[in-house]
Write a protein of this length. Sequence first.
Length: 343
Amino acid sequence: MVKRVLVTGGTGYIGSHTVVELLEAGYDVVIVDNLSNSERSVLKGIEKITGRRVPFHKADCQDETAMRRIFRQHGFDAVIHFAASKAVGESVEKPLLYYRNNLSSLMNILTLMRECGVPNLVFSSSCTVYGQAEKLPVSERTPRREATSPYGNTKHMCEDIIRDSVAAYPEIRSIALRYFNPIGAHESAEIGELPRGVPNNLIPFVTQTAAGIRPMLSVFGDDYNTPDGSCIRDYINVTDLAKAHVVAVARMTEGRMKAPFEVFNIGTGRGVSTLEVVRTFEKVNNLKLNYKIVGRRAGDIEAVWANPSYANEELGWKAEKSLDETLRSAWKWQQHLDNKKHK
Ligand code: NAD
Ligand code: WQD
């Protein structure tokens, strides 16, 4: 029987790429999104790539009644819960919005999973839970650090809520995927990241600068204790990341989990500096980027990258796409957006 997966936040950046990979792997998918940080037009992009129209509910995961209706209407085998507010800076200004949205959405999902007999949850966690680790790369056994933002704290708390819930309620189980820095877009350029306003993240800022939407990229700091002085991250292609979710759903629905709550790092295992990103972007797309070095950004950590061997060996998942290919896809997506605007 075809398995049916509820994808919350499914019109968002990572959610939309995951929906495509789920459909291509033969799953049925239902999307719930409140469109607070995405557009309905994403559904068209998904349809163009896959040839399938995905059932969509505009609903808020905080609305337990609406969500109950959706759970009862469809009957799911698994939930992938992406829906959350995710801007670190905004979370400092509006902590209650972040705690309310990210915690109560998750608690509703867990409640309804129990009530409606849906055993499996994949949860979007983040490398933010490691903070600045003492030893690099970080493995799943690296201790989590106290969060430096309300957003980061919600990921920490959500992991704990899931851990405690699966321990108390044997009818549910969960895999938390700790993403490193997802970047790039689907190779078709039909879907990608849609930042609203001035982007916070590096890659959309880079592509918007290359497109002339922003005059200049600021590289935050060149005095870190790294080979070229700029920060180091583990940039993971969004399609590779999406595939990790498909593998996680299969592991759960096929009864291959080794514990009721499992955590995996989803990264490439390669640390790349901000300046290396800039230079690679210029090289693979054959253009010059306007950038300057400025002071450090408050709250930035110096360096983090994953040890992904547990995911490689245990999940059978591995990041495949190169940084070159990924940065080409990011630029192609930006050009697609610009073309659409001028039509
Ligand atoms: P996104 O903002 O593009 O997608 C999230 C989607 O959830 C959006 O479409 C938004 O409209 C929706 N949403 C938010 N609150 C909702 C609610 N209460 N009910 C229904 N829909 C709601 O973000 P993304 O980058 O795709 O991130 C997806 C998940 O991955 C989030 O949980 C995020 O915290 C996590 N994550 C993201 C990154 C990253 O760098 N992008 C890294 C680590 C973890
Ligand atoms: C990457 C690097 C910046 C913008 C954030 C969240 C984290 C996770 C991923 C969700 C850093 C540098 C950036 C710019 C720059 N999200 N940079 N100029 O900070 O690693 O992580 O997104 O869980 O929780 O904190 O990602 O893309 O903002 O920055 O020099 O204009 O690029 O200093 O070194 P970050 P990012």
